[in-house]
Design a protein around this ligand. Structure first.
Ligand SMILES: Nc1nc2c(ncn2[C@@H]2O[C@H](COP(=O)(O)OP(=O)(O)OP(=O)(O)O)[C@@H](O)[C@H]2O)c(=O)[nH]1
Ligand SMILES: [Mg+2]
Length: 455
């Protein structure tokens, strides 16, 4: 379906969070103090993109632009680690280029041009640790467990650039689709009016034992690079072809004669990129079954003496075999691009989007302070706030990296609130008073204990 051709799409991917760690103690007959046996949660599912020849557009991706990975299963007692979340694999057509958005920048992360080639777009979070993992010589019965780590999340721009060996360009109605239908099994719409083709068509051609693919794109008109007609958007799809076939209707188009028409198309190609002009371009006059084509061929040869001008009729097939001979002679011997396993692009992206250590503290007014930064937010999201021992660990970690000092510097006072990601807690100085994250009842109990100790 032409109207359903989608070649650009923005997607938000979030890999699965890890499963929560488990807090559990062994309970067995005759064993009075069973040790901790809460296991770690499973890893969250990754989100991948995979190239397949079965798809021709990014329509499926556009229909589901928010992708969430599967969560890992929670750990269990009896040291049973949670199962990893299943990976999510999003299938995209061959020729899909993936860009990672990073602030205002856009980094090319992958170019999926080989069947089955994959790109790891977002890694699942690790499983939260169960209390068995926290057991040490000094704390043999820890009442600490973590929630699963959130999965990585990115905003991606996907762009399809068809992978074809040969691209057809020309004015509307030149006969591009007719030629594609003649040489391949593709059945594009053909009609006697301009802009019949609204989206690219791809066809597989086999000629004298050589196989190649051809792309037919919508017609171009003067000013296409400024948005006239269907614009030049679709030229992206011939950017990576090896040869361009410039089809020329000998009777011209819309009052423009053949020679001027060729100049218009060349100017539009040049306006897009000089790269297009560096490709071998064959000038092919078509509709040679109609009377009067010789004059146009003559005029073209006069205007472009150094260029080869071929003549065909896509309707009768005359000259088409000679054209294909010419194409396979020009095509470089096929060298299938093999994606390297460690795509340097991917690691460049990794480096650019790597989360910076450090945190920020902001006075939000009204006794509320906002603590932000990848490390602290990650730690907050993994905190089981109902476990006092876990809260204490969390507070110690904050103190270690200097959050206490920064908050004090920002003017925080006992009883003020700190928000970090989705977590919000009351501020209490460590050491001076009981941990600030526990509920009121718990705190009252602890005060009593402290008082009792003093007394
Ligand atoms: N007589 C004759 N007519 C042709 C030939 N090739 C194409 N046509 C006719 O020219 C008209 C346009 O053909 P298309 O193949 O749709 O042209 P196109 O370049 O794909 O046009 P757009 O998609 O609109 O840019 C149709 O009516 C075709 O039947 C040919 O070799 N001989
Ligand atoms: Mg067409």
């Amino acid at each position: 379906m032409h109207t359903n051709f989608i070649d650009r799409v923005r997607v938000h991917v979030a890999a699965g969070p890890g499963g929560d760690g488990c807090l559990s103690f062994r309970r067995e007959k005759f064993i009075e103090f069973g040790g901790p046996n809460g296991a770690d949660g499973g890893k969250g599912g990754d989100v991948w993109f995979e190239a397949t020849a079965d798809l021709a557009t990014l329509l499926d991706v556009a229909r589901n632009p928010h992708v969430k990975g599967c969560q890992g299963s929670p750990g269990k007692g009896g040291n049973k680690t949670g199962a990893a979340g299943e990976d999510t694999v999003i299938r995209v057509p061959l020729g899909t280029v993936i860009y990672v958005r990073h602030g205002e920048r856009r980094l090319e992360a992958a170019d999926l041009c080989v069947q089955g080639q994959r790109y790891l777009a977002a890694q699942g979070g690790r499983g939260g640790r169960g209390n068995l993992s926290f057991k040490t010589k000094f704390n043999t019965a820890p009442r600490v467990a973590e929630k699963g780590e959130p999965g990585k999340a990115f905003t991606l721009d996907l762009e399809l650039k068809l992978i074809a060996d040969v691209g057809f360009v020309g004015l509307p109605n030149a006969g591009k689709s007719t030629l594609l239908a003649r040489i391949s099994a593709a059945r594009p719409k053909i009609a006697d009016y301009p802009f019949t083709t609204l989206s690219p068509n791809l066809g597989a051609v086999s000629h004298k034992g050589v196989e190649f693919s051809a792309a037919d794109i919508p017609g171009l008109i003067e000013g296409a690079h400024e948005g006239k007609g269907l614009g030049i958007e679709f030229l992206r799809h011939v950017e990576r072809t090896r040869i361009l076939i410039h089809l020329v209707d000998p009777s011209g188009h819309d009052g423009v004669d053949a020679v001027r028409g060729v100049r218009i198309i060349e100017a539009e190609l040049a306006a897009v990129s000089s790269e297009l002009l560096r490709k071998p371009r064959l000038l092919v006059v078509t509709k040679a079954d109609l009377p009067g084509f010789e004059a146009a061929v003559k005029a073209l040869k006069r205007r472009y003496p150094k260029r080869e001008v071929l003549v065909i009729s896509a309707a009768t097939g005359a000259g088409v075999s000679a054209l294909l001979d010419r194409v396979i002679k020009t095509l470089p011997r096929r060298s299938t691009p093999v994606p390297s396993l460690s795509d340097p692009r991917a690691s460049a992206v990794e480096a650019a989007v790597r989360v910076e250590p450090g945190f920020r503290v902001r006075d939000a007014g009204g006794g509320r302070f906002v603590l932000s930064g990848p490390f602290v937010e990650r730690a907050a999201s993994m905190l089981k706030a109902e476990l006092p021992e876990a809260v204490e660990r969390f507070q110690k970690a904050l103190k270690r990296i200097g959050v206490d000092r920064a908050l004090r510097h920002a003017g925080i006072r006992e009883g003020d609130y700190v928000a970090c990601g989705k977590l919000e807690f009351e501020w209490t100085e460590i050491g001076k008073a009981p941990p600030g994250l526990i509920n009121r009842r718990e705190r009252a109990k602890l005060r009593k204990i402290l008082r009792a100790r003093k007394g």
